[in-house]
Design a protein around this ligand. Sequence first.
Ligand code: SAH
Ligand code: SF4
Ligand code: F3S
Length: 451
Amino acid sequence: MAKKLFIKTYGCQMNVYDSARMADLLGAIGYAPSEEPDGADLVILNTCHIREKAAEKVYSELGRLRRAKDEKARGGGRMLVAVAGCVAQAEGDEMLRRAPLVDMVVGPQAYHRLPEMIARIERGAGRALETDFPPEDKFDALPQESAAQAGPSAFLTVQEGCDKFCTFCVVPYTRGAEFARPVAQVMAEARRLVAAGARELTLLGQNVNAYRGLDEAGETVTLAGLIRRLSDIPGLARLRYTTSHPRDMSADLIAAHRDVATLMPYLHLPVQAGSDRVLAAMNRQHTGDDYRRLIERIRDARPDIALSGDFIVGFPGETDKDFEATLALVREVNYAQAFSFKYSRRPGTPAAAVPGQVPEPEKKARLAALQDLLRAQQEAFNRATLGRALDVLIEREGRHPGQKIGRTPYLQPVHVRAPDAAIGDILRLRIEGVEPNSLKGALEGAAPVPA
Ligand code: SAH
Ligand code: SF4
Ligand code: F3S
């Protein structure tokens, strides 16, 4: 009988991708995915270290797992608990000390070693820690992704790590140096995903637009070059990529937004803050005006592009005036969607040690003001699609009979009554309603949906 595997994923899309690959890897040695931890033979927490809250969640989840593990032991079984991802990388040793129920700690660049770690433990060796950045390529060591993982919209990690060292951020430490997968490897995986039913691929990387991969001829290929090659794959209808750094938003990538029809008009391009003083202290290596000019060039190339971003409020030393500069920039750029966070002090990062930490109530007030503005912009963006006909990739069934849920080119979720449509279809829908978190669409020519 198959062993039961439960994986819980925190953090970014790269962790989602990694979790799917861990499931593939462990599937090959007899583990079948399970929906809940109870009774599982192996539980993996694939963790995120980006903010304090994210990291804390792991310890509270471990508290809850205690019972499930004891229960399994009472029944004569053994539940192995592995902590993977960025908390594992950052706090592995401490975690083994603090949480006796953890059997394995494995970093994001070493999870291909899980089967070997499990075997060691089963042979009676003690708890296992693998947080080196191994010299071998994890992607070479992983089995092919299973067809089951490929929904109509699939993730494909093409780049990992970060060399930017923004002073607030743990990623360069948890994910290591920038690394690009070779072009042939990416193309092969993309073809397999499309053959398994993917219509849309989202290329992932902590700094995906810094991608510089080698092709078969040993030539360096940029993200734009990779996108152009991928766009030739028959059956692949949509391409996206995330996350990008403004500094790597090169002219050829901007041109791809103009030229490549499958490249969707949506761009997540975090700026973090509007004040040049704060941007410098963050080591972002761009000013507010650099970012404005960049947005202008991108909009020249692709006028309807929907912009998304990340923001941090309350970075050490941020004054009211600095924060006003963030609001001003947001007003000028006008985002379709965005994420915003209170600065969270991360041990080991340069910003954690500087004086001038902003008091919590101030951070809270700034976040509320920024989120009000971003929400209003998102609503306006969504309202502007009312009455328009948009192509929607159907991704899954809705809650009501005959209802389907898909996404527009601008990544907005759409609900539609389309009993005959199949998952993976791209339907031309008339947008008839705007809800707080989604749009309501109707098949062109169908009777209007009553409100
Ligand atoms: N590589 C991406 C970001 C990865 S982290 C980029 O450079 O844009 C995702 C977001 O989390 C960041 O963009 C930032 O807005 C936020 N973030 C990172 N570290 C943070 C911290 N210490 N406190 C609060 N937010 C943080
Ligand atoms: Fe973190 Fe900055 Fe690298 Fe993004 S670019 S992952 S925010 S260090
Ligand atoms: Fe979190 Fe690591 Fe992703 S810290 S955001 S899981 S790269």
